[in-house]
Design a binder for this molecule. Sequence first.
Ligand SMILES: NC(=O)c1ccc[n+]([C@@H]2O[C@H](COP(=O)([O-])OP(=O)(O)OC[C@H]3O[C@@H](n4cnc5c(N)ncnc54)[C@H](O)[C@@H]3O)[C@@H](O)[C@H]2O)c1
Length: 238
Amino acid sequence: MSQQPRVVVVTGAASGIGHATAAMFVEMGETVFGLDIAPTVPDGVTYVECNVGDRGSVEAAIEVCSAGGRIDVLANVAGVVQFGRFETITEAEWDRVHAVDLKGPFLVMQAALPFIRAATGNIVNVSSVAGRVPQPYTTAYSAAKGGLTMLTRSLALELSPEGIRVNAICPGTVDTPIVAEVFEKLTDDLDTRVADRLMMMLSGTIAPAEIAAAIRYLSSQEAKFVTGAVLAVDGGMG
Ligand SMILES: NC(=O)c1ccc[n+]([C@@H]2O[C@H](COP(=O)([O-])OP(=O)(O)OC[C@H]3O[C@@H](n4cnc5c(N)ncnc54)[C@H](O)[C@@H]3O)[C@@H](O)[C@H]2O)c1
């Protein structure tokens, strides 16, 4: 645990990886705010209702989290998935995925930056294996996550003179509700020559807590020279 509790903001804290991350930071003794559209954040986390794709909602939420004048760690974890053939993607689905997965981190980082600057804090964005290497049947999601990966690297460069670090984690298949949603849509209709790529991983599944542990490292002082990194935690998928 740090000498003084850090102020940690975790988006998507109501489920899966974000939930595990928020719980881990509470366990470490930090002051944790969980931003989500759903209220099911872990015990010890201050829930702040927030739609990350909406600027007004994000600004109101960050105002709550930054009441003490600083944010030490921002973990952008909230996300939604898209799965299906390219020609089936509606404009509404494209917009929904980009609003949460790409515009969301943009809005949250922009609103939080003055307070991250005040703490010389750092940011960890949860991208995806799909934001690092091509994946079939996830083109809207891959485009958004690829954007998030490059947003992370570019912002890391821009903020490096100030000592503010920005890193990304690209998980493979983690055992959360999002994955169940994808597997439900894996049908015989898909071409196995490329669909099998989604299965390329060490056997077993990644636990949400294992992604949280990577966030813990990247947000720690031990990683004080790590910025612009894109850390794959994917069992070799990428
Ligand atoms: N599970 C995986 O295999 C996997 C793999 C790679 C990347 N990821 C990424 O990890 C992140 C977390 O996913 P997860 O697997 O824990 O999924 P999850 O569905 O368990 O959790 C996602 C959380 O985001 C929240 N959320 C959705 N839309 C939101 C919005 N507009 N505003 C605020 N919160 C919103 C949900 O309410 C939920 O609590 C996502 O960004 C996802 O793309 C997951």
